[in-house]
Design a protein around this ligand. Structure first.
Ligand SMILES: *Cc1c(COP(=O)(O)O)cnc(C)c1O
Length: 401
């Protein structure tokens, strides 16, 4: 039955560009071959550019983004270490769960979902407690569509004279929203392949500062008499670094995904990272204007923190956002993100990151409108699309003036 493509507007996995899909479609190869380092060397270099990490190093593991979280924690912290975290959505919540399960002493600040990292509260805790070993930030909270100010957290840490490591989850921001590891003093930044990097799922990225590498050296293989080291094995930075130094991996890497990564890094760097970030802002802003024109609110409360990769949209009180998502999928072959956890039924999410353009965003808004309408929401069909069209059109009018 010919029925056209299913439209993917979730915040990951994102649409894979045709050139990347073709790059992945290669025969199996020998990952110990003498010329294998030609592929990996340039990938490590270019990943550092995307993370804006000029002094540290990057690690690539076969895992999803969650694996990168685990690698970050187990390589640099010990059980019982006190860490400062905040919970303002499902992903920051899951990170707290992991840190707790791994045995960290988590100081967790709960923030209403829709807000970002509580910088002022972080500052108070850091000033009062010099024993905090690590500070965690979910840069872009994908469940609420909120982008937090990582640089402000670094300033708060410096003002408090904190020696802690700064961990940042950039799974749904890096390669789409400006991220400056050097400038923001981020010690461990994590990401994954299936969002801004426009690849299939399966690669976990870590970008690690020199300070975090020193922390790793102090933790790894320590016999500190307290048995607090987590001693990762598959995720060991040390084994990965030793193999990577000659261009190889300690285990069998997903060679096809590495070819895809080479192609996606080429796309990102050829477009230029500032241009990639500007495109995401422009596309997101059109979606936001569309949402506003429909009389709907975003879950994010502060316009300064609106996410350029995902919009979480509140539905009217008498509408179930789960119905909107189901109708979009079954009737209109369109995938939106559902409301997660405590936002179930209240929001649906449009992912507008990665390989995305104006017409795709207009299509997403059109599908959202008709699905909202069918789910019983009183909205004016076409109003959101028109507002977004006006925004996109205005951009090009100004550009050609
Ligand atoms: C998607 C996502 C994750 C989890 O990544 P997986 O690849 O599903 O393990 C973590 N954090 C954020 C912010 C995400 O958007």
């Amino acid at each position: 039955m010919p029925s056209g493509p299913t439209h993917l507007f979730i915040p990951g996995p994102t649409n894979v560009p045709e050139v990347v899909r073709r790059a992945v479609n290669v025969p199996m190869q020998d990952h110990r071959a003498p010329d294998f380092p030609e592929l990996t060397g340039s990938i490590f270099e270019d990943l550092k550019t995307v993370f804006a990490n000029s002094t540290g190093r990057v690690f690539v593991f076969a895992a999803s983004g969650t694996g990168a979280w685990e690698a970050a924690i187990t390589n640099t912290l010990r059980r019982g270490d006190r860490v400062l975290m905040a919970r303002y959505g499902q992903f920051s919540h899951l990170w707290v769960e992991m840190a707790t399960r791994l045995g960290l002493d988590v100081v967790c600040l709960d923030v209403p979902w829709g807000e970002g990292v509580p910088v002022d509260q972080y500052a108070e805790h850091l000033a009062a407690d010099p024993g905090i070993r690590a500070v965690f930030v979910t840069h872009n909270e994908t469940s609420t569509g909120v982008t937090s100010d990582v640089a402000a957290v670094r300033r708060a840490m410096d003002a408090a004279g904190s020696e802690a490591l700064l961990f940042v989850d950039g799974v749904s921001s890096i390669a789409s929203i400006d991220f400056e590891q050097d400038a923001w003093g981020v010690d461990l930044a994590v990401s994954g392949s299936q969002k801004g990097f426009m690849l299939p799922p399966g690669l976990a990225f870590l970008s690690v500062s020199l300070k975090a590498l020193e922390a790793n050296a102090a933790v790894d293989g320590t016999v500190d008499g307290t048995d607090r080291a987590m001693s990762p094995s598959y995720f060991s930075f040390a084994s990965m670094a030793t193999a990577n130094d000659t261009g190889y991996f300690p285990q069998t890497p997903p060679t096809q995904l590495l070819h895809g990564l080479r192609a996606s890094l080429d796309l990102l760097l050829d477009e230029g990272l500032p241009q990639v970030y500007a495109r995401h802002y422009r596309l997101a802003e059109g979606v936001r204007r569309g949402v506003a024109a429909l009389g709907l609110d975003l879950c994010a409360t502060d316009p300064a923190q609106y996410s350029d990769t995902v919009s979480a949209i509140r539905v009217p009180h008498d509408v179930d956002s789960g119905d909107v998502v189901r109708i979009a999928y079954h009737r209109y072959r369109t995938s939106f993100g559902a409301g997660l956890s405590k936002l179930a039924g209240q929001v649906f999410r449009i992912g507008h990151l990665g390989d995305c353009n104006e017409v795709m965003c207009l299509a997403a808004l059109a599908a959202a409108e008709i699905s909202l309408n069918d789910a019983g929401a009183k909205i004016e069909l076409g109003a959101g699309v028109a507002a977004a069209q006006a925004h996109y059109s205005q951009h090009y009018l100004e550009e050609t003036r």
